[in-house]
Write a protein that binds this ligand. Structure first.
Ligand code: BES
Ligand code: ZN
Length: 458
């Protein structure tokens, strides 16, 4: 087998690969927005064609309650290990649109970067793998060094609910030796990274109802509880000024970072000043007793994602609103379980909610945290592949984001999961002006080509 021929093929076809990615980015596949249902389908069809065109034996679009899953396989390497590649074709909403320098769904190249929604999260990253596979299947002996199964789904950004029944019903079909996902980041440019830990998530909406309709604040103000005030009273008790969450029992199942892990993390190229600049806030805010990196990767974090109610139009209106609302998420770490955290959250919020308002809590999506076992030989194989691809040694990191399917997949199929991210922390995932670094894109493709060869002997 010759990775060199595949690497050469990828280099020679690099411009076309990029043109194809631009076409993929042009499809506005926003999974959370029902106005984009047809675009979701169009995007799944694009992915289905893309997987077929690289020479897979079997490719299917699997219907679900929400958005289709694309499944494909190439099983032409009998006796060799099987790799299960996972990615997602859905993207986050683009608002606020006015902050984009170029339209989110017209991928555009500037300064060695490709801008557009989904360029890094995750269209660009799973496309790297499709093109790495194409490079093997179209060069030398027209074979991949491993068997390959591919799942590209359309609900990752909304909690991956349809994947659970798909996984349960297709256990046998999906069996593999190792899972590979590129939907994370490198710690820094020039530092290829293997992510072995992700946080989980529990997501809630709080709705408060006060008076049966908006009231004149002169006639009623002073004798009626304002639902927005009630909401801020609740939110104010969810965590303290140091980021410590106030929900009783929330830390009970948190596994402390070991001294060895802390020492290893302290060696990583994390610069507080650079991070602060990237964030653009006046100061950072993290949990007492931990470093910023430990807080980001290994500690729970509670955030209010949005809050609304009352009057926010031009000028002033004197009114006591009848309702208020907030979306709250908690990032979870091992061994916290979303259902248990949901119970704790609900009990606490019910207890502290002012009696003058009616409270309802919706539990939205959840996902469990993940921690991989670095002693599995797949991790060393991934390290070798990244070193060949980037020309420099890989580092092992954890990250603070969530990919809900990872834990389900690793437990149900009993396999290790390699998270090889080719993104960078400052690439504006979920924000205006998302981009992917084109050098990392090329080096990522090269690494993926080497990866399949390295995994052929695990
Ligand atoms: N690519 C991210 C996950 C990620 C981000 C991992 C940063 C590591 C570092 C993924 O697409 C994502 O954004 N997931 C959501 C999941 C949620 C909506 C259930 C997340 O983390 O917010
Ligand atoms: Zn995302």
């Amino acid at each position: 087998m010759s990775a060199e021929k595949a690497v050469l093929y990828a280099r020679e076809n690099g411009d076309r690969f990029l043109r194809e990615l631009k076409d993929l980015v042009a499809i506005p596949s926003v999974s959370s927005d029902s106005n984009h249902l047809a675009d979701m389908r169009a995007c799944a069809e694009f992915v289905e064609k893309a997987v077929s065109s690289i020479g897979f034996d079997r490719v299917e679009m699997v219907e679900t309650k929400k958005h289709p899953i694309v499944y494909g396989e190439w099983l032409g390497a009998p006796g060799a290990p099987t790799v299960l590649l996972y990615g997602h074709y859905d993207v986050q909403p683009v608002d606020p649109l006015e902050l984009w320098e170029t339209p989110p769904f017209e991928a555009s190249e500037r300064d060695g970067r490709l801008y557009g929604r989904g360029t890094v999260d995750d269209k660009g990253q799973f496309y790297i793998h499709l093109k790495a596979m194409e490079s093997w299947l179209n060069s030398s002996r027209k074979k991949l060094p491993v068997n390959m199964k591919v799942i590209i789904e359309g609900e990752e950004e909304v909690g991956s609910e349809s994947l659970e029944p798909f996984l349960a019903a297709n256990h046998e079909m999906l069996s593999a030796d190792v899972a590979v996902i590129s939907d994370t980041s490198m710690i820094k440019k020039g530092w290829p990274s293997i992510t072995y830990g992700l946080r989980g998530i529990s997501y809630f909406q709080i709705d408060l109802k006060g008076p049966s309709q908006d009231l004149h604040s002169g006639i009623f103000g002073g004798a009626v509880k304002n639902p927005i005030h009630a909401l801020t009273e609740i939110i104010g008790q969810l965590k303290d000024e140091n980021g410590r969450i106030g929900i009783p029992g929330l830390y009970d199942d948190v596994v402390e970072v070991t001294p060895e892990e802390r020492a290893a993390m302290a060696e990583l190229p994390f610069e507080e000043g650079v991070f602060l600049k990237e964030v653009g806030a006046p100061q950072l805010n993290w949990e007492n007793g931990y470093t910023p990196l430990e807080s980001l990767w290994c500690r729970p974090a509670l955030d209010v994602n949005g809050i609304w109610g009352g009057f926010s139009g031009e000028g002033s209106k004197t009114v006591i609103p009848s309702e208020s609302h907030a979306k709250v998420s908690i990032r979870l770490v091992p061994d916290q379980e979303p259902d248990k955290i949901g119970d704790l959250f609900e009990t606490y919020v019910r207890e502290i909610a002012p009696r003058e308002v009616e409270l309802s809590i919706q539990r939205m999506h959840g996902g469990r945290p993940f921690l991989g076992d670095l002693s599995h030989p797949a991790f060393a194989a991934a390290g070798r592949a990244l070193e060949k691809g980037f020309g420099t040694k890989a580092v092992y990191i954890r990250e603070g984001g969530s990919i809900p399917f990872v834990r389900n997949m690793t437990e149900t199929l009993d396999l290790p999961c390699l998270l090889l991210g080719f993104g960078l922390p400052g690439e504006n995932a979920h924000a205006p002006n998302e981009w992917i670094d084109l050098e990392n894109y090329a080096l990522g493709t090269r690494s993926a080509i080497h990866l399949y060869e390295e995994l052929s002997s695990i």
